[in-house]
Design a protein around this ligand. Structure first.
Ligand code: PEP
Ligand code: MN
Length: 347
């Protein structure tokens, strides 16, 4: 079996035996690189009225994928019972999802189960840990440490917060732990299959080690996260060739200080790209905030017109100016321009 696993591909959830097998077959047919097959068996869904996963029976479907196609398989675990059931069923890789990652007690209980059962994890395969749903780099780092204490190799997965990347959080973790591989999850990060190709460019730009991508044989019919599943045929367009990062399984084999020290210099090579990703993200928020401000400003303009109040109120202008001076002259200069634009919008 080829062993260059940088990609974890598969549907959000295991829905039926047919869907699991058909998706695996279709990915294998269109993906030019070796991959780990993923499918959630227990789904931590926001609403109790949506599909909660097929449960334990689906572990057997994943085992079938393993046998039929010779592909290693992965699923999400959120409780010690999940860890035990998954390992007993021969699931190769486990990941901890973003909701579990937000709760240290949950992570610790999963870690304790891994510690008890880790010799069942074959040759100590890595466990993947997604960032918490909230943008908390410290919590993510803490979870990495909790997992490391079990003795298994750890791989971080940046899935963003909500449907947005959170480069500042990922950057902090990258700088604090350059020895830990980090994967990109463009599916959860965007919540939109159309955005996946563009986001995948970040993998190479930022020197990330691989990607977890949701792929479904029939995205429109998917039981969960339907909008973000890509078709297997699209994989050839988004999986880059010639990725230069160390292989994940290489990382597992050499899970040692030697490998860690080899990696230390690499994030620095990409520092400018990381900083640009951070600043682009901040700019995006800034423009959204300014656009929202313009909208409120237009409503104020309409109110003033209706009540015969002049657009510019010197008292108010002075008051805001004083407040901003405390932040620094730069804030005042920028605000003056925003205010000028607001007045135009009110005309
Ligand atoms: C998933 O991978 O299907 C999943 C639920 O992801 P996350 O924990 O990142 O939301
Ligand atoms: Mn999902």
């Amino acid at each position: 079996m080829a062993s260059d696993y940088r990609f974890i591909l598969g549907p959000c959830s295991a829905e039926t035996r047919e869907q699991v097998l058909e998706t695996a077959r279709a990915i294998k047919a269109s993906c030019g690189v070796p991959f780990i097959y993923r499918a959630g068996v227990w789904k931590p869904r926001t609403s109790p009225h949506t599909f909660q996963g097929a449960g334990e029976q689906a572990l057997a479907w994943l085992s079938e994928v393993k046998e039929q196609f010779g592909i290693p398989v992965a699923t999400e675990v959120a409780t010690p019972e999940h860890v035990e059931a998954a390992l007993k069923a021969g699931i190769d890789y486990l990941w901890i999802g973003a909701r579990s990652s937000a709760n240290p007690i949950v992570v610790q209980s999963i870690c304790s189960a891994i510690l008890d059962l880790r010799f069942k994890i074959g040759d100590l395969k890595p466990v993947f840990i997604k960032n918490p749903v909230n943008a908390d780099a410290e919590l993510w780092l803490g979870n990495i440490e909790r997992l490391e204490k079990t003795g298994v190799p750890v791989i971080a997965v940046h899935r963003g917060c909500g449907h947005q990347p959170c480069w500042s959080m990922a950057h902090k973790v990258r700088l604090a732990r350059p020895d830990i591989p980090m994967l990109l999850d463009p599916s959860h990060m965007s919540g939109d299959a159309k955005q996946v190709p563009e986001l995948m460019k970040k993998m190479e730009e930022l020197g990330l080690d691989g990607a977890m991508i949701e792929v479904h044989c029939d995205p429109e019919q998917a039981f969960s996260d339907a909008k973000q599943q890509i078709k297997p045929e699209s994989l050839s367009e988004i999986i880059p060739f010639g990725v230069t990062r160390p292989l994940l399984d290489e990382f597992c084999r050499t899970h040692s200080t030697k490998h860690a020290s080899e990696r230390v210099s690499s994030p620095n090579d990409r520092e400018l790209a990381w900083l640009r990703a951070e600043i682009d993200e901040l700019d995006e928020r800034l423009w959204d905030t300014i656009a929202a401000r313009m909208e409120v400003s237009r409503r104020i303009g309409a109110w003033k017109k209706e009540h015969g109040v002049a657009p510019l109120q010197p008292e108010r202008y002075k008051e805001i100016g004083e407040r901003l001076k405390a932040k620094g002259e730069w804030a005042l200069r920028i605000w003056e321009q925003i205010h000028e634009e607001s007045l135009k919008q009110q005309e």
